[in-house]
Design a protein around this ligand. Structure first.
Ligand code: HAM
Length: 345
């Protein structure tokens, strides 16, 4: 939590994430009376008191989506598919999707006991670090990379096997829908997320180009959160993605220069008025602003990929089609009309 004292000596905390506020807003604004599920999204800055490093900031941006009021597995699958679509459309490289299911808090505490018992039974084979944290955080043993601990963990019980019948069925349905939609994923029974409110489905998209902070976006189901913070029993599911990480791991978008419809190769009073008129007619028009010669102005028009070039002469205007190279003398007041009509002269 990013907590500090303000000038009045009050303890202030900046929002670390958007899910709990959304759940609160749902109850506060009576959204249970709307058609369910209620789908919401957000984009904004969030704050965490973390040690800054590449891709990990104290102030960062998240885009997020949440659906409240339905525990249908289709909600989970739809939201996962939505984030996958965004990640692909942004060209995020080397993406991997991992999914898991955490069941209920009861499933998790029963599992914790089984895991601790397994670790205790093999205490001698564990690294010293893991041994020292058996009670504190037994799940961390799955992340260890020493051979002894890894051997012990290869036979460790996994949470997925301890799911209740209903939770296992829910997870199977989510998976069946993802399979039907052609989504590739890895079931990771050790996937743990940094927030405590999750039940059932959890998932995370990572990108290998991001290094240590590889999480691009993730989320899961939080069917108990609303009730836990004093609201009604409302199931929910959602995700958030880090905008900075999406940018870091995404393909740079090609700089899209808007097409120039008309380049006016001079800036005398009639030419200046012509550009103004062209713009009022909705054209993207540019005027020669550097006093270039006709040759220089045509070159500049080429650089801007201008479709037409016009200039004013004593008895009218000349309009040149830059694609065909054709040009015609026409009355000044017909230039805008002809460009609008396009394409050949
Ligand atoms: P989260 O995994 O804590 O989930 O954050 C989501 C994403 O925000 C991460 O995958 C990462 O891209 C980005 N992010 C997190 N912390 C930082 C940071 N310090 N610097 C840069 N980027 C960061 C949540 O926040 C949940 N509210 C997601 C959710 C929505 N679950 C259910 N609904």
């Amino acid at each position: 939590m990013y907590t500090f004292q303000d000038a009045g000596g009050r303890s202030m905390t900046l929002r670390p994430e958007g899910t709990a506020p959304i759940v609160r807003a749902y109850a506060e604004h009576g959204m249970q009376t709307l058609a369910q599920p209620v789908k919401l999204w957000y984009l904004g800055p969030f704050f965490r008191q973390e040690k800054p490093q590449a891709g990990r900031h104290r102030q960062f941006w998240q885009i997020g989506a949440e659906a409240l009021g339905s525990d249908d597995p289709a909600v989970d699958a739809e939201l996962i598919l939505l984030l996958q679509t965004i990640v692909y459309e942004l060209g995020v490289r080397d993406v991997r999707l991992r999914i898991g299911s955490l069941g209920t808090p009861e499933t998790r505490s029963a599992y914790r006991e089984r895991l601790i018992a397994h670790l205790r039974a093999h205490e001698e084979e564990l690294s010293e670090e893991v041994r020292g944290r058996i009670e504190l955080n037994p799940l961390r043993a799955f992340d260890a990379d020493d051979a002894g601990t890894r051997a012990v963990m290869s036979t460790a019980p996994v949470l997925l096997d301890g799911l209740s019948g209903e939770d296992a069925e829910h997870f199977a349905s989510v998976r069946a829908l993802l399979d039907a939609a052609g989504v590739e994923y890895l079931v990771d029974p050790t996937l743990v997320r940094g927030l405590d409110y999750y039940t059932r489905t959890v998932f995370e998209f990572t990108s290998a180009v991001l290094g240590a902070q590889s999480g691009v976006g993730g989320g899961g189901r939080y069917d108990l959160l609303s009730h836990q913070i004093g609201g009604p029993h409302v199931p929910g599911m959602g995700w958030a993605a880090g905008v900075e990480r999406l940018l870091l791991a995404g393909q740079p978008a090609p700089a899209a220069a808007p097409p120039v419809d008309l380049y006016v190769a001079g800036a005398s009073a009639p030419e200046f008025v012509l550009v103004h008129e062209a713009r009022r007619a909705g054209l993207n028009a540019q005027v020669e602003l550097a006093g270039r010669s006709m040759k220089g102005a045509l070159k500049q028009a080429n650089r801007l990929h201008a479709r037409y070039v016009a200039w004013v002469e004593a008895d009218g205007a000349v309009l040149r089609d830059m694609e065909s190279g054709e040009q015609r003398e026409i009355p000044l007041e017909e230039v805008v009309r002809d460009v609008l009509r396009g394409p050949g002269l």
